[in-house]
Design a protein around this ligand. Structure first.
Ligand code: UT7
Length: 331
């Protein structure tokens, strides 16, 4: 019997129009373009300004872009997963609303949350559904409206994050292209380094938590940076070794876009030159769950059937990991 692998067969993306530049941030907090650029690699990020629009708006737009480009019939989609750290609402799933709005009326849908590693983990979930033979079309979306949880008076966080969404379709493949292997990790030691303290079940929102600004993202950047550098590089190196891959075999590293210095450290460890490292942090910042699919959308034209890609991510929790995937189509 032919082995079924899970391949990405289409990509879509969406970022809002409003551009928040380093220059504008200089007017909000005590920072400057030179510091932000040299410490993070970020020049600008996109922000969803429209009142009443949440993460589902971004998710829907990216999915509609995928549907338009690929011509897939939304009614044939079996499952919609929205990877996000900023759902529209608690309890009512963002993915369910997204699926209905894009016409995926025969799909079941749910959200998947693992901070900046959400999309990476979601790739494993989607691929496993396909490899098992149970489902034929899984739409995996990474979407975050980070501006909804950022304090624009906190220079430790507001310079980093942006809004955006990307979507990929996973389908069965009989040429052994697509998803190959993974190394996924997590460690609860990270819980206090990157979090939103209030609004969850431990500390429900009150007037006091609002006054204390505990509904915003808190990050101990130095510690997160330290863990991110060593762990993202580690898993990338290990998955390549495990699959007998050298830097010459790899077409691209597809790294989470949190800080250019973390990306460079990972690339150095696996000996990949900058032209083999996907990068768009300069224009989008850290879009959390959306970084990996936004990279695929930006580089789709350059990718060739059979290209070997190494994905890597690190995020709050801590959560991190690496995935080895073979690209399945020419654009
Ligand atoms: O995607 C989820 C995971 N998140 C990450 O991977 C993010 C990991 N962390 C980082 O990317 C970096 O730690 C940051 C970009 C957040 C901060 O960069 P850093 O090089 O670690 O800076 P730092 O916090 O060590 O601060 C260095 C100096 C400090 O001044 P002193 O004490 O040396 O005088 C800060 O007060 O830079 C100062 N500083 C700033 N200056 C201008 C901190 N933030 C800013 C700022 N503008 N925005």
């Amino acid at each position: 019997m032919t082995k079924i692998s899970a391949a990405i067969s289409a990509v879509g993306a969406y970022v809002p129009d409003y551009v928040l530049t380093n220059k504008v941030l200089e007017t909000l907090v005590d920072t400057n373009d030179e510091w932000i650029t040299s410490r993070t690699g970020i020049k600008e990020r996109r922000i969803l300004k429209d009142e009443g629009k949440g993460t589902s708006y971004l998710a829907i737009k990216s999915a509609q872009n995928l549907i338009e480009k690929s011509g897939v019939d939304p009614k044939e989609i079996d499952c919609v997963i929205v990877c996000t750290a900023t759902p529209d609402m608690l309890v009512a799933s963002t993915a369910v609303y997204t699926a209905t709005q894009i016409g995926a009326t025969n799909a079941f849908a749910y959200d998947l949350s693992a901070a900046c590693s959400s999309f990476l983990y979601g790739m494993t979930t989607a691929a496993t559904y396909i490899e098992s033979g149970r489902f034929k079309k899984v739409l995996l979306i990474g979407a975050d409206k980070m501006s909804s949880i950022i304090n624009y008076k906190d220079r430790a966080t507001c310079i980093i994050f942006g809004d955006g969404a990307g979507a990929v379709l996973f389908e069965p493949n009989t040429e052994n292209l697509g998803y190959q292997d993974q190394l996924l990790r997590s460690d609860g030691i990270g819980r206090d380094f990157l979090k939103i303290e209030a609004g969850g079940s431990i500390l429900p929102a009150t007037h006091e938590t609002l006054d204390n600004e505990q509904h915003y993202v808190y990050q101990d950047g130095k510690n997160v940076f330290k863990y991110a550098v060593s762990n993202m590089a580690d898993v990338s190196e290990k998955i390549m070794k495990k699959n007998n891959l050298t830097h010459q075999d790899i077409a691209y590293l597809v790294p989470h876009q949190a800080n250019k210095r973390i990306i460079d450290a990972t690339a150095n460890r696996v000996d990949l030159p900058s032209e083999k490292v996907m990068m768009n942090i300069q224009k989008y910042g850290n879009t959390t769950s959306a970084t990996l699919p936004l990279l695929l959308a930006d580089y789709e034209q350059q990718l060739k059937k059979g290209d070997k890609l190494i994905f890597a991510a690190f995020g709050g929790g801590f959560t991190w990991g690496s995935i080895y995937l073979k690209w399945a189509y020419n654009s």
